[in-house]
Design a protein around this ligand. Structure first.
Ligand code: 5GP
Length: 115
């Protein structure tokens, strides 16, 4: 698989990478929807959340906990934040390597309204 996120991971295209370990990496979204908008991406390849096997819940869990740690390190954990994973068309997914959005930095609007 080769999505734009794989190219960011390989440093083939620029991005502001804010975290990386053996399991995942995180970088600032190119079109931020909040003052803080960071994407957390596993290094294992799964196109959508539907593709993560039942016996690998850690793939998703690590993304959420990495986002929470980032929030704490940046000092906005108490003010709050939102994590989101979009899946397929109705979910608004546009890049088919699973990723978790971390949004923060201001009170966020409600969500889930059909367009
Ligand atoms: P999705 O819509 O799949 O849930 O989220 C994909 C996200 O990737 C979008 O928020 C979009 O702005 C972001 N994105 C797409 N291309 C790039 C890129 O080249 N660099 C960065 N940093 N973010 C990107």
């Amino acid at each position: 698989m080769s999505t734009i996120f794989h190219k960011i991971q390989r440093r083939e295209i620029p991005a502001e990478i804010v975290y990386e370990d053996e399991h995942l990496f995180a970088f600032k979204d190119i079109a931020p929807q909040a003052p803080v908008h960071v994407l957390f991406v596993p290094k294992q390849d799964f196109a959508t959340l539907n593709d993560v096997p039942d016996n690998q819940p850690e793939i998703v869990g690590r993304l959420a906990l990495a986002a929470a740690k980032y929030a704490k390190a940046q000092g906005f954990d108490e003010d709050g934040y939102r994590i989101v994973m979009n899946c397929n068309g109705d979910g608004g997914q546009t890049v088919f390597q699973i990723h978790l959005h971390l949004l923060a930095g201001a009170p966020l609007g409600r969500f889930g309204t059909p367009v």
